[in-house]
Design a protein around this ligand. Structure first.
Ligand code: 5GP
Ligand code: ZN
Length: 117
């Protein structure tokens, strides 16, 4: 069972922000912003590429509720999902990172295979 499924069933503790029958939001263990929350479906889905539109519909509404609950719905936030190897996905259970609580930098880059080290 994956670590986020263990969080859903209570085997691994978490700091819950918001919960419904189908979704869970909890604080990231290693926050990369003043607010860094992970939003997941309770049923295991590997990644964004595999998720159904029906699940995403529910997840959209739930995500909006999370932002409101955190008080960042008006100040703004960033939603990120890392999909697969090149996307940098480390936990293979679909999750959206909600980042906010301060002005965020936009600093994407990729590893240049031609760069000499
Ligand atoms: P990914 O790199 O897959 O997009 O993101 C995985 C995220 O899960 C990382 O930001 C990491 O800090 C977080 N994470 C990994 N293990 C745990 C855990 O056991 N508990 C919580 N709350 N977050 C975790
Ligand atoms: Zn899982």
């Amino acid at each position: 069972m994956c670590i986020f499924c263990k969080i859903v069933n209570g085997e691994i503790p978490n700091n819950t922000v918001h919960e419904s029958d189908h979704f869970l939001a909890f604080h990231d263990l290693y926050p990369k912003a003043p607010v860094h929350v992970l939003i997941i479906p309770k049923n295991h889905v590997d990644c964004f590429q595999d998720v159904s539109p029906e699940t995403m519909a529910g997840l959209t509404e739930f995500t909006q509720e999370v932002a409101t609950k955190l008080g960042i719905d008006k100040t703004g936030y960033r939603l990120v999902t890392n999909n697969g190897k090149d996307g940098g996905q480390e936990v293979d259970h679909l999750h959206f990172h909600m980042l906010g609580g301060g002005k965020l930098v936009w600093d994407h880059h990729h590893e240049d295979p031609h760069k000499s080290l």
